[in-house]
Design a protein around this ligand. Structure first.
Ligand code: NDP
Ligand SMILES: O=C/C=C/c1ccc(O)c(O)c1
Ligand code: ZN
Ligand code: ZN
Length: 365
């Protein structure tokens, strides 16, 4: 077991300073290692579209400097005195949430992502009053409850996106009972979350249709990801032909869009599950859901329990994410490419290989 270091630890991350979302090196300190804390050296971190929303202040709630990153894979380098679940050297993962109250109903029911006092991995304030900072950094301190072991069957760089994109799509499939083989599912938006949706839905034995904004991803969706069908949302004839055929649609589009074209695709009792973080009201006419008893619902990441289950599911089914690995110096370009929908299907930063501490942060804040 590692020793407890009593001092705050200097660390270098890449932070956004304002709503341009441009990231640059930033020096700060990590809290002293508490009894249930685990210090991790960050190895890899995926880039989720939420990181872009937050860095650019799309939701109007961003605080700077902000070190994004919530698809974190690391190696344990220290553990607190009461950490029982992890040892120095373990390969671990951390996601979007790093704290919760532990007492409310969602916490007691092990769906702590729905705790009203949850603490986000960055752009939030920890119990000690310090800002939380994410995984675009050389190290993090995380309470043991919010870490999972990465199973040995998974490549570390590919495991990162499972910790947000993966569990985000696994959780509603499980929760809404969408696990029966033979269901007909739609994945709207083939990005980081969407591509994991195709993989999980196929592994569950569903008939999977990708619904995309263009024809550009058709061949990859069918040949590489194994989708059964591909619809271009602007192709009115194809959309009309597919009306009333889907049990569910997982909607991952990150910008404002109409819902009616997708509600029309659902069968009786079909479900539209909203995933995208959208800062403008969405609209639909009520008959679009009444005539067919359809549901519009949403889902937020997944619990730590579901994350462990999802990782085991990936090992069992031989699944992982499809990624492009980049160095931290490329992160601003990666953000631009993510915004213009030019990534197959997730960027993952090789954080350890980017030698952040050697590059030196800005002055200590
Ligand atoms: N609910 C939750 O818990 C979570 C929510 N999110 C949110 O889900 C959304 C999707 O995240 P993620 O998969 O990482 O995003 P990506 O950018 O990787 O994928 C989004 C996909 O949506 C489609 N799209 C349609 N219009 C646009 C547009 N104008 N700009 C960009 N993409 C567009 C594209 O697919 P195509 O080319 O096929 O049209 C694109 O690949 C984001 O809003 C993110 O914040 C993310 C994780 C967890
Ligand atoms: O990517 C993970 C977080 C998603 C998210 C969902 C909802 C919301 O309001 C956010 O700020 C983030
Ligand atoms: Zn995310
Ligand atoms: Zn709680």
């Amino acid at each position: 077991m590692g020793s407890i270091i009593e001092a705050e630890k200097p660390v270098t991350g890449w932070a956004a300073r304002d709503s341009t979302g441009l990231l640059s090196p930033y020096a700060y300190t990590l809290r002293k290692t508490g009894a249930e804390d685990v210090v991790i050296k960050v190895l890899y971190c995926g880039i989720c579209h939420t990181d872009l929303h937050q860095a650019r202040n799309d939701l109007g709630m961003s605080k700077y400097p902000m070190v994004p990153g919530h698809e974190v894979v690391g190696e344990v380098v220290e553990v607190g005195a009461e950490v029982r679940r992890f040892l120095v050297g373990d390969r671990v993962g951390s996601g979007a949430i790093v704290g919760c109250c532990g007492e409310c109903r969602p916490c007691r029911d092990e769906v702590e992502q729905y705790c009203n006092k949850k603490i986000w991995s960055y752009n939030d304030v920890y119990f000690d009053g310090k800002p939380t900072q994410g995984g675009f950094a050389s190290a993090m301190v995380v309470h043991q409850k919010f870490l999972v072991k990465i199973p040995s069957g998974l490549a570390l760089e590919q495991a990162g996106p499972l910790l947000c994109a993966g569990v985000t799509v696994y959780s509603p499939l499980k929760h809404f009972g969408l696990t029966t083989a033979g269901l007909r599912g739609g994945i709207l938006g083939l990005g980081g979350v969407g591509h994991m949706g195709v993989k999980f839905a196929k592994a569950l034995g569903h008939h999977v249709t990708v619904i995309s904004s263009s024809d550009r991803k058709r061949a990859e969706a069918v040949d590489h990801l194994g989708a059964d069908a591909y619809l271009v949302s602007s192709d009115e004839a194809a959309m009309a032909a597919a009306a009333d055929t889907f049990d569910y649609i997982i909607d991952t589009v990150p910008v404002h869009h109409p819902l009616e074209p997708y509600l029309a695709l659902l069968k009786l009792d079909g479900k539209l599950v909203l995933m995208g973080v959208i800062n403008q009201p969405l609209q639909f006419l009520t008959p679009m859901i009444m005539l067919g008893r359809k549901s519009i619902t949403g889902s937020f990441i997944g619990s730590m329990k579901e994350t462990e289950e999802m990782l085991a599911f990936c090992v069992e089914k031989g699944l992982s994410s499809t990624i492009e690995v980049v160095k931290m110096e490329y992160v601003n370009e990666a953000f631009k490419r993510l915004e213009r929908n030019d990534v197959r299907y997730r960027f993952v930063i090789d954080v350890a290989g980017s030698n952040l501490d050697a590059s030196g942060g800005a002055e200590l804040h």
